[in-house]
Structure formats: C-alpha cells, structure tokens
Design a protein around this ligand. Structure first.
Ligand SMILES: Cc1cn([C@H]2C[C@H](O)[C@@H](COP(=O)(O)OP(=O)(O)OP(=O)(O)O)O2)c(=O)[nH]c1=O
Length: 197
C-alpha cells in the first residue's frame, strides 16, 4: 500500500542509470516517464547553459499533476565543445579521439518540480582520460558500451579503465549526482533516507 504521507515521484528519464542510481539511495519512483525534448544545441551556447536548459525542458515536458518530477541531463564538455550521445560508431570514435589524453568536464543538470515550483542544480566534474592506443579504442568501440552515453563513454563500464582521475561527483558523471539529487528531492518535500518530512 502506498504511504499517504509520501508524495508520488516521477522519474522523467529513460536512462536506466538514473533509475539505478536512485535505487542506490533507496529512492524508488512511482513512475518512469521519459521526456521527449529537442536536445539540439543553440548556436554559440555554452555547455553549462545547454545542460541547464535541457534539464529544465525535460521537467517541463513531463505531465505531473500532483507528483514530484525529477529530470536530468548529462553532457561532456571539452572546452566550449558539447558532446552528447554519439549517433554512430564514427562519431563515438571522433569523441574519444578528442578526449584521449586530455581533461574534460562532465556536467549534469537536474530539475525537480512540484506544482508550480522548480528546483534546479548542476554539478560539474573534471575528468582525465588516459591517452588511448588504437587497440584500446577499437576494443572499447567493439563493446558497444558507448551507445547512449554522452561523450561516447561510460565511466561505470569498461571505459572505467581509461579514467585515472576525476575531481567532482562520480555519480554525476554516470548521470545523476546523488548528494545533490537527494538535497533537491528533500527541498521538494520528498523523504530521502529517513528525512521525516
Ligand atoms: C559520461 C557518461 C555518461 N553516461 C550517460 C548518462 C546519460 O544516460 C547519458 C547522457 O544522456 P542524457 O541525454 O543525459 O540522458 P538519456 O538520453 O540517457 O536519458 P533521458 O534524457 O531520458 O533522461 O550518458 C554514463 O552512463 N556514463 C558516463 O560516464
């Protein structure tokens, strides 16, 4: 039976990672509704402005009624360049070639809404990828693990072997920075780990 004190929570995301990350802190959404938004980048748009705009567009696109809705967007930024999910293996290779041996940022923006109120937060993590040999890149691309992942890699998969250093939030790189997500959910009145509200 559902708890009458607990508001309904909708995860507005088709990302299995986000569902798993929420489960890690004991948060199980009542529904999962992937939003349908145009994720194209505006001319001259900076990476942080872009992810914030898309996270907000996602939360606006999910019909909520009286539920709390959580949405997020993750992008990889190399300088001003925005790397979303690669369309195909050639684009994944092009992204990895740019990231190889360099430092980049992974930014995840989140938006939570309840009624007409919206709470937002974005978390940036600096990540260093080791210089990849042709053999390493070929082997990784053959795993298909890059599919659906911003920048063409996933730190939680085999590409973890390519990441010797990061500064920021590991869960933010995977797609949902948990400390900040918990704070947003509690601000909206959703009880996380024993929060009595
Ligand atoms: C960099 C990186 C990204 N990712 C994933 C997280 C996101 O799922 C994806 C970025 O795409 P997003 O557009 O943020 O999300 P999505 O399309 O998967 O889901 P939805 O829009 O429905 O919420 O990249 C990883 O899983 N690991 C990583 O290391």
């Amino acid at each position: 039976m559902s708890n009458p004190q607990k508001p309904r929570l909708i995860l507005g995301s088709g990302s299995p990672r986000r569902l798993e990350l929420l489960a890690q802190i004991g948060v199980v959404p009542d529904a999962v509704l992937p939003p349908d938004v145009d994720e194209s980048v505006h001319a001259g748009e900076l990476p942080r402005d872009y992810v914030k705009r898309i996270a907000r567009a996602k939360v606006d696109a999910v019909a909520a009624e009286d539920a709390i809705v959580l949405c997020a967007d993750t992008t990889v930024a190399a300088g001003r360049r925005i790397m979303g999910k690669p369309a195909d293996v050639d684009e994944a290779r092009a992204f990895l070639t740019l990231l190889s041996g360099r430092r980049h940022n992974v930014i995840t923006a989140m938006a939570v809404k309840r009624g007409d109120r919206v709470w937002t937060r974005d978390v940036q993590t600096a990540v260093r990828m080791k210089r990849l040999s042709v053999a390493e890149m070929d082997a990784y691309l053959a795993t298909d693990d890059w599919r659906g992942k911003a920048g063409g890699y996933a730190i939680q998969g085999p590409a973890g072997a390519f990441i010797p250093w990061l500064n920021g939030s590991f869960t933010g790189v995977v797609g949902l920075p948990l400390a900040e997500a918990a704070t947003l959910l509690m601000a909206a009145g959703y009880p996380v780990y024993g929060d009595p509200r």
